[in-house]
Design a protein around this ligand. Structure first.
Ligand SMILES: *Cc1c(COP(=O)(O)O)cnc(C)c1O
Length: 410
């Protein structure tokens, strides 16, 4: 079955007493059992019956199962935001004394998570330019527990060669963890490029309207953790198997101790979002390509950045990995910060807001907002200039959007 059909035919596992066509929202903290033995089986992992909503909830499990079937993953965990998914992916593989080799072009909070939060817990991060595979390779050693990067960086829109990264990671027995938020799994099949763990902020495309925060941790179950430098993972390899150790640590340690499972109401809304993901993505990305092409004609714009434009330095690699529609976000560069601010202030259709892939188009000045608390030197090092405006493209009519850009530039 093709994606569009598959997404609409996944049924929930137990019949609903009323035959509800949508997955019911199970708003409950606890679940009742028939017997003491059934209760013990659920608590000790001998049955999958839900016991308490910190650990699992049928509405959330249904959403995870849909994503699992669509991606072909071994296991999916739905969390209450993208940052939780990223935190748990990195915490699951790391330990004090180990290191992570990460892209220096990451979402701002991912940088801070690595540098400040995991840094104070004794996990070292070695930042590298992930478009330079040799540089990444030179930083890997026997204490490296993961490679972490974004498939298209934001807001720079740099594209890494994912197969090349996967080859050097696997040659060193290190899992490759990718943040794939910018191109959804309806288009980009991470496992085909050797990604072991995929993290997604489902707040973005999947929610399909910015209705709530969510995160996904997708484990393809291919990586062998029996060579892991993490004692906690090695202990799980013995108990659950060499390819199940990662998800076991997430589900039976991190979620139960730290919380963070997605709530049933969000799982319900994001299940609805999944139904229309493919059609929304294609329409929004087509509009993005058209707008980026039209913006090339405006002399006031110094640079238009979208990896689906033929003149883009990453065009060929981007086509190989993501096809002709690499995301629904592009950036423009204006002469200076003042003109970038004036442009944003003049917009009438495009909204002044953060977030990506809402149904509405959104504009933001990354250097003064998402990266506003970094020093100018750090911003230069991360390639986030004052001249860039990021535009996330929604479902509005393409000509109305271009008219708004034109009037705002004037
Ligand atoms: C938004 C975003 C995140 C963080 O996700 P939240 O759901 O806001 O926690 C992480 N990575 C990327 C690439 C994002 O765009």
């Amino acid at each position: 079955m093709q994606y569009e059909t598959k997404i609409l035919t996944t049924k929930y596992p137990k019949p609903d007493p009323y035959g509800a066509l949508s997955m019911p929202v199970y708003h409950t903290a606890a679940f009742e059992f028939e017997s003491a033995k059934a209760m013990s089986d659920a608590f000790c992992g001998r049955s999958m019956a839900p016991s308490y909503a910190r650990i699992s909830n049928p509405t959330v499990t249904f959403f995870e199962e849909r994503v699992r079937q669509l991606t072909g993953a071994a296991s999916v965990t739905a969390l209450n935001m993208g940052m939780t998914a990223i935190s748990y992916a990195l915490m699951a593989v790391s330990a004090a004394g180990l290191n992570i080799v990460a892209s220096k072009h990451l979402f701002g909070n991912s940088v801070s998570l690595l540098r400040d939060t995991l840094g104070t817990l004794g996990v070292e991060t070695r930042f590298a330019d992930f478009t330079n595979v040799d540089e990444v390779k030179s930083l890997i050693d026997s204490k490296t527990c993961a490679l972490f990067f974004e498939i298209i960086t934001n807001p720079q829109l740099f594209v890494a060669d994912i197969r090349a990264l996967s080859n050097i990671a696997h040659a060193a027995s290190v899992p490759l963890i990718a943040d794939t938020t910018i191109v959804p799994f309806s288009i980009f099949h991470a496992a085909d490029f050797g990604v072991d763990i995929e993290v997604v902020s489902s707040t973005k495309y999947i929610s399909g309207g910015g209705t709530g925060l969510g995160g996904l941790l997708i484990d393809y179950g291919k990586f062998d953790y029996s060579q892991s430098p993490s004692p906690a993972l090695l202990a799980r390899v013995k108990r659950v198997g060499k390819k199940q150790a990662f998800t076991a640590r997430v589900k039976t340690e991190l979620i139960t101790n730290l919380g963070g499972l997605m709530t049933p109401h969000v799982a319900y809304m994001q299940t609805l979002g999944l139904d229309t993901l493919d059609i929304r993505y294609k329409r929004q990305a087509e509009t993005t390509l058209s707008l980026a092409r039209q913006c090339l004609q405006l002399p006031e714009i110094k640079r238009v950045n979208y990896t689906g434009l033929e003149g883009n330095p990453f065009y060929k690699l981007s086509c190989e990995q993501f096809g002709t529609l690499p995301g629904a976000v592009f950036t423009i560069d204006l002469p200076d910060k003042e003109s970038a601010f004036a442009f944003i202030n003049n917009l009438q259709v495009i909204r002044r807001a953060t977030n990506l892939f809402d149904r509405k188009s959104l504009a933001i000045h990354p250097a003064s907002t998402i990266f506003g608390l970094f020093t100018p030197e750090q911003r230069t090092n991360m390639s986030v200039p004052n001249t860039t405006v990021r535009i996330s493209v929604g479902l509005e009519n393409v000509e109305d959007l271009f008219d708004d850009i034109k009037q705002s530039i004037k």
